[in-house]
Design a protein around this ligand. Structure first.
Ligand code: SF4
Length: 294
């Protein structure tokens, strides 16, 4: 059975040719600004994960939420969590590079820290709301349900073929007020094609609900942390009749696109949004590879 990753589906939504090039030859697929620092995304994901782990396992974080919900102040707790995380995790990591005056890495750390600060503020708002529904000793563990969940689901296509889809979601949180789980995907840059990001996060919510047999609907959130915090939030109901129904058709297209041979008719189409070509990491490869078809 053929296997695709959720990331490949996102790329196929962005540009079928980029999906083809990456499927056969690998290489970069991110549409990021030209001044985007390499390695920033990976470092951010690692630190966001460490932050959640530390907060769940260190009682100093729990103590911040001891008062009742109405007595908790977002700004004050955000500042305290920033200080704790800086002292316990962030500074020990960056210390050596600061001492060696590694300016390139220091610049990346600075950007990552700005992203982490934004994320902490957003999380604290949710934690304070959740505090009305649960005790401080379980608040963090029940809000940050899981990180890095690996998912796998078999889709049946319109042509009756089956495709296995695999993926790994960044984070799963629980909102007590909404009584719902929400899958979260972090972005360290402004997405160039929101529809494609939506497809990715929607797939995670769909696969999570199917594979983990979650009874309630699962919402989806894309959290852009840089250059400024922006959340794109989608309720399950918004996706149910749109994205979820598009997926089997898209997988069938992907199955057909990868079979295409150079110098034959009907190559995979170009990106619908032509501005993507200007910032495409595979522009040169694409122009050389598909030149015969122009
Ligand atoms: S250059 Fe444009 S058409 Fe070619 S792979 Fe990149 S985004 Fe797609």
């Amino acid at each position: 059975m053929m296997t695709f990753s959720v990331t490949q589906v996102r790329v196929a939504f962005e540009c079928p040719r980029l999906f083809y090039v990456n499927y056969h030859f690998r290489g970069q697929t991110l549409f990021v600004p030209t001044d985007y620092s390499k390695g920033l995304g990976t470092l951010f994901y690692q630190l966001a994960e460490k932050l959640i782990y530390t907060a769940k396992h260190n009682s100093q974080f729990t103590k911040l939420f001891l008062p009742e919900s109405e007595q908790l102040d977002v700004e004050e707790i955000t500042l305290r969590i920033q200080q704790l995380f800086y002292k316990l995790v962030f500074f020990p990591i960056i210390k050596k590079d600061i001492q060696q005056n590694n300016s390139k890495l220091i610049h990346i750390y600075y950007q990552v820290w700005q992203g982490i600060i934004q994320l902490i503020g957003h999380w604290v708002t949710l934690l304070i709301k959740n505090r009305s529904f649960c005790q401080p000793d379980v608040l963090l563990k029940k809000t940050f349900t899981a990180e890095e969940i690996r998912l796998e689901h078999i889709f049946t296509l319109p042509n009756e073929n089956q495709i296995k889809l695999i993926g790994r979601l960044d984070s799963l949180i629980y909102d007590f007020q909404k009584r719902r789980y929400c899958v979260v995907e972090y972005k360290t840059y402004q997405p160039s094609d929101l529809a494609a990001q939506l497809a990715q996060v929607a797939l995670y919510s769909y696969m999570l609900k199917k594979t983990k047999s979650i009874a309630t609907p699962v919402n989806s959130s894309v959290q852009q942390v840089l250059p400024t915090f922006q959340e794109y939030y989608y309720a399950w109901e918004d996706l149910e009749n749109t994205v979820y129904q598009l997926i089997p058709h898209k997988l069938q297209q992907m199955q057909n696109w990868i079979k295409w041979q150079q110098n034959t008719l009907n190559p995979p189409p170009t990106a619908i949004k032509s501005h993507l070509c200007e910032i495409c990491p595979q522009q040169a490869t694409c122009q050389q590879f598909f030149i015969e078809q122009l």
